[in-house]
Design a protein around this ligand. Sequence first.
Ligand code: NAD
Length: 376
Amino acid sequence: MITGILKESGSENRVAILPGEAAVLKKMGIEVLVELNAGERAFASDDAYRAAGAIILGRKELISKAAMLLAVNLPVGDAISSFREGQVICSVLNPVENSDWLEKARILGLTVLALDLVPRTTRAQSMDILSSMATVSGYKAVLAAASILPRFFPMFMSAAGTIKPSRVLILGAGVAGLQAVAIARKLGAIVEVFDVRSAVKEEVKSLGGKFIEVEGAKEDSAAGGYAVEQTGEFKKKQQELIQQRAIAADVVIATAQIPGKKAPVLILKETVNAMKPGSVIIDIAASSGGNCELTENGKNVIVNGIHIIGKSDFPSDMPSDASKMFGSNIINLLKIMVDKEGNLNLNMQDDIINGTTAIHGKEYISQRVRQILNIK
Ligand code: NAD
């Protein structure tokens, strides 16, 4: 099979496959074409790809030659007619945002493998791009907060007196939230955490954070480990308790999400108004609406001396390691889809392949994509 690595557009700095991972694809019997300057913003030169055995081409020629295209983001900037029936595109899908493009791709007969639909199972852990990128986001979010905060994170005992440690409040203890707990603790802060899933309580504690429980959370074992929408009564109780803890905090890292839905609003305008000037809110959930009522995606809003940073693209700010993790996840996924000769073989009986395939043979395949897009 011939694969093509696409150059990303817009502000995206990552690339789906770095030269090291291109060499692994070659060893798997896969031919690798790379778009001119595809790795430039992730600090990988065309020469480094050539040394790994790849061929550098312009975009048009690459798309016409490759049987499978690998990208970080779905190439929605290209007209659907640039692609051909039977061609495979493997990237992050964002099904809600890209539903129109996906429908056109289905009619044309493309196969779309959606990296954000890889099931969250033990077997699929090494292919889980969401976890890899959430790890980067949790790490970077804490560092971003520490660099803006007008205070130290750790306690300091110096000749000038004792400085108290900062207090960090983390909303949502998924992969990003737990990473943020770990980094904030390493920097010496006091960390408090909210989540609606009681299963994370022990993990938070083991990382040195304090789990704040709000009674009456709705949990659903059928949600595959994800959170579900909460009742109005619970939301009110939770917002009150979060307000109490946010007033005491110096930093809030907001990561709470519900797949396929708008992010829950956990920090109201009143809460921001009651917080200490100089405090920092980093809202990773910004692209799905944000956990703070005042968050604006991609912006740093300052209200009463409080920075509210709406940022969901931290992985693009750390393109070397983020691309390395991204490419390793893709390779682990392709290992279960590619035969010894390097050809793609999509066995739809395999739960990972079935769950990841958004469209194939002019049909919607993945149960999750059908659910999210409400396809009967
Ligand atoms: P996510 O990004 O969907 O959400 C982040 C966190 O926000 C979650 O912990 C969620 O419970 C929490 N949240 C949602 N609504 C909230 C609210 N109103 N108040 C407070 N918190 C709220 O989550 P994620 O990081 O993608 O992880 C989701 C689940 O998937 C976890 O159970 C995780 O352990 C599991 N997971 C499994 C695998 C695997 O086995 N391969 C890999 C990664 C994650």
